[in-house]
Design a protein around this ligand. Structure first.
Ligand SMILES: [Zn+2]
Length: 216
């Protein structure tokens, strides 16, 4: 599955109650499309007066939404990041990034919650092998008879594409439909469905140009 912000939020709330006594303060959640990590907690360190050390603040929880992963792995990633957050927000010291304190919490939660959290931020080869990478979208770039341009993202399988193409040609004054198969995040903003709704694009130049194109 590809996680959404509300999904991550509900996991966070649930695990906060179960594993952290509900003590973790709310944290902004963002989706990441980076290749390098599954999750990350970022924050800034502000110097506190002369002798008081540092205060960690401006926390953000980032979870990867680029890769289609098994749900349990996304959940383990969220908990992994919550341990980092717990340590940083409470200004605790650890022996290293995944030091003794981190591993204590990891072992506790793995036992209590029957989880399989690891210290890795990356996929193991085994996980990679069972991962269905690719969120290739089927995108219709529509040129209307009046010259306007529109976009529609359709579930990427031949039946849906054929169905949508046929229905759209019947319903709308369309000059042509160009199908593209793209994993560009530009299209993530458009819902994927077979609904006969086309999003007009004010500036066609903003559409990515390096997709695989297929004119139907
Ligand atoms: Zn970590």
């Amino acid at each position: 599955m590809i996680p959404t912000v509300p999904y991550i939020q509900s996991c966070f709330d649930d695990y906060n109650t179960r594993f952290f006594g509900g003590q973790l303060p709310p944290i902004p959640i963002r989706l990441s499309h980076a290749k390098g990590f599954l999750g990350k907690v970022t924050f800034t360190r502000r110097k506190q007066g002369l002798f008081c050390g540092y205060k960690n603040e401006n926390f953000v929880l980032r979870i990867n939404a680029r890769i289609d992963l098994p749900e349990h792995l996304i959940q383990d990633t969220i908990i992994h990041e919550m341990i980092h957050y717990f340590i940083a927000v409470n200004q605790l010291r650890d022996t290293s990034t995944h030091g003794r304190l981190f591993r204590q919490h990891m072992a506790r939660i793995n036992a209590e919650g029957n989880r399989h959290i690891t210290i890795s931020h990356r996929l193991t080869d085994e996980q990679r092998a069972q991962t269905i990478i690719h969120k290739t979208r089927a995108v219709a770039v529509i040129t209307f008879s009046d010259g306007k341009t529109g976009i529609k993202v359709v579930p990427n399988n031949p039946q849906h594409i054929r169905y949508w193409h046929r229905m759209a040609m019947r319903r709308f004054p369309i000059e042509r439909i160009e199908w593209r198969f793209s994993d560009d995040d530009y299209y993530a903003r458009y819902p994927s469905s077979v609904a006969l709704k086309i999003f007009l694009i004010a500036n066609p130049n903003e559409i990515p140009q390096d997709d695989d194109k297929k004119i139907v």
